[in-house]
Design a protein around this ligand. Structure first.
Ligand code: NAP
Length: 207
């Protein structure tokens, strides 16, 4: 029996949007994964999420993936009371599922700073990374950095081209704060949740 292949998509998801969902679906398909876990952070190590509760970020993520059979929510980072570091998340998975291959999916921004993550060297040894392009980063710069991580850390890290979807969580927050439409940027159920709970109506613009 072959080992299972599971994609991991960690994120603040503040809020989740179609860029996240499309990149996840592409990786799922291209790497023929068995499933893909969305792992919302509780307390992000590198981003402020003030005013928006982890419960709201979790609920929006849950709604966004509900219609996809091979996407699942994983609560591992949410259940931690302290900041979540990817090395701890991956180590927990490896301890529990020793025969599963894990693929951690990240965008360009994350990839360019990966060497600064906690226990980066060990992390890159025990986990395979898939880096998805973003239109705002020249792919040459990104590919060079990936090569640097391979050379320097012996990392198993691959670049994957997906459609450029220039939607970001900050763009959505800013648009809501300016009373602009976010239609078609995130699934309708997430949009409804945001408006029902008046999330990002004020103050979140600068985060
Ligand atoms: P996020 O903002 O919610 O985004 C999740 C991922 O989606 C990011 O890698 C992001 O790429 C990517 N993304 C967003 N919009 C995209 C688009 N339109 N096209 C392509 N990619 C897009 O999540 P985050 O707050 O950066 O966190 C990502 C994960 O990294 C989390 O699990 C977090 O715990 C982990 N992390 C760990 C450490 C550590 O252990 N020290 C440090 C930092 C992050 P970009 O990176 O390009 O925005």
């Amino acid at each position: 029996m072959r080992n299972k292949k599971v994609g991991l998509m960690g994120g603040t998801f503040n809020p989740i949007h179609n860029g996240h969902l499309i990149m996840a679906e592409y990786v799922y398909e291209s790497y023929q994964l068995d499933k893909l876990l969305f792992i919302p952070t509780s307390i992000s190590v590198h981003k402020k999420t003030s005013h928006i509760s982890p419960k709201d970020r979790l609920e929006m993520t849950r709604l966004a993936i509900a219609s996809n059979d091979h996407f699942e929510i994983c609560m591992i980072d949410m259940e931690r009371a302290e900041k979540t570091y990817t090395i701890d998340t991956i180590q927990s998975f490896r301890n529990k599922y020793s025969h599963t291959h894990f693929y951690f999916i990240i965008g360009a921004d994350s990839a360019l700073g990966l060497q600064n993550w906690k226990e980066a060297e060990r992390l890159m040894k025990i986990c395979r990374f898939i880096v998805v392009n973003r239109a705002c980063y020249p792919s040459k710069e990104l590919k060079n950095h990936i090569q640097y991580l391979k050379d320097q850390y012996n990392a198993t890290i691959e670049y994957m081209k997906t459609p450029d979807i220039e939607i970001s969580s900050s763009m959505i927050r800013e648009r809501i704060g300016s009373n602009k439409s976010i239609k078609y940027m995130t699934p309708e159920c997430v949009e409804s949740y945001i408006h029902k709970h008046k999330l990002y109506y004020e103050m979140e613009r600068k985060i």
